[in-house]
Write a protein that binds this ligand. Sequence first.
Ligand code: PMP
Length: 452
Amino acid sequence: MTIRHGINWDQAQALYQTERDTFISRMPRSRELSAQAAGHLLFGVPLHWMNDWSTPFSLYVAAAQGARFTDADGHDYVDFCLGDTGAMFGHSPKPVAEAIARQAQRGYTAMLPSEDGVWVAQELARRFGLPYWQFALSASDANRFAIRWARAITGRSKVLIFNGCYHGTVDDVFVDLVDGQPQTRDSLLGQVYDITQHTRSVEFNDLAALEAVLQDGEVACLLAEPAMTNIGMVLPQPGFWQAAQALCQRYGTLLLIDETHTISSGPGGYTRAHGLQPDLFVVGKPVAGGVPCAVYGFSEQTARRAEEAKRTAPPGHSGIGTTLTANLLAMAAMRANLAEVMTDSAYQYMFGLAERLAAGLRGVIAQHQLPWCVTQIGARTEFQFTAVPPVNGSEADKILDSELEHIVHLFLLNRGLLITPFHNMILVCPDTTAADVDRLVAAFGDFVRQVR
Ligand code: PMP
């Protein structure tokens, strides 16, 4: 008998086969659509990573509303993936749907500002504490543009990241530490530049290493999530951010905080909840209720320096922005979302549910003495295949097990429960109920009983 992460691996693999058979027999329509898609969609899917889910072929969505969706074969699901945060406040929240319907009669895009943008910027300043804002169509773009501003402002070329991070399709950050040395991530397709020339990487929670790479004064910005959420989950150790922030200030490095996932921490993100003072700030995904949009903010001083950088640059393309950026539709959706959906009371409700979920999962883990743990950041919960939570990206990477994830995820999916692929992240939204959470905990318990 092989034991892997505390479970009977032979049994787990047998279970996976059964679950695959179940999925195939229950999903004739999804199967048919997948076969048709293979004719004209490269890789058979609109985006090649859609093949990396646990399912034998794609699960096709027919409709999604609140915390639920229905697949093309008519099965209902409780969605704890929520578009990997894009739908963190539920699918098609009513105020956003209504704003989109209204705006649909009034134009989508004009490359001119609309009144909504004025309101949105005031609200972003109130909520996150940074006084000036710009927009992008995705968090990837917002990070890319923020890095560009940081380089332009400081006149420095280097970007610093934490090992194991993910900030979207920003080429500059596809760097891993291999035996302590930065190396371009080998999975990055079609990139021919040596990224390590301008990108440095250190382990999260390592202040000595951070200081060592900052002290030559060549680093334009540190781009970081307040807690790492894309390699399982890694929380900052007490005092880490206060000290890291002070080091950035000391060496003239701008702190660029990416709250695209940690916006689960509260209405003002981890930044507001924990008193961080970033120079630049990014949030994407759910900020317009699931309509493509991202925002990035500037502190007072950073804004002044950005204006100066633009004023003194030669006229012409800045390399920042895209045509549809801050379009009328996205701005209307964002206004409705910020005003009526991403509210303090929505967060309070989600926190309560996430606590219930984490307690439930911990209960199952303890009952079966599994060497797993549960990590949480506000409304975002993650179970990890280790008894001791990781403190950095290298440790977190070692415990990822995509085969085991696939088995758990498919087991849950066949029981009408969707969690996030590529790790074990679980989101609750304002429409999720306590009964939904209890159902997930019970199914998780059933899974463990079958393989422990
Ligand atoms: N920042 C973080 C922290 C993310 O997790 C992601 C995507 N998972 C992004 C940025 C990029 O978001 P998008 O794919 O919407 O551009």
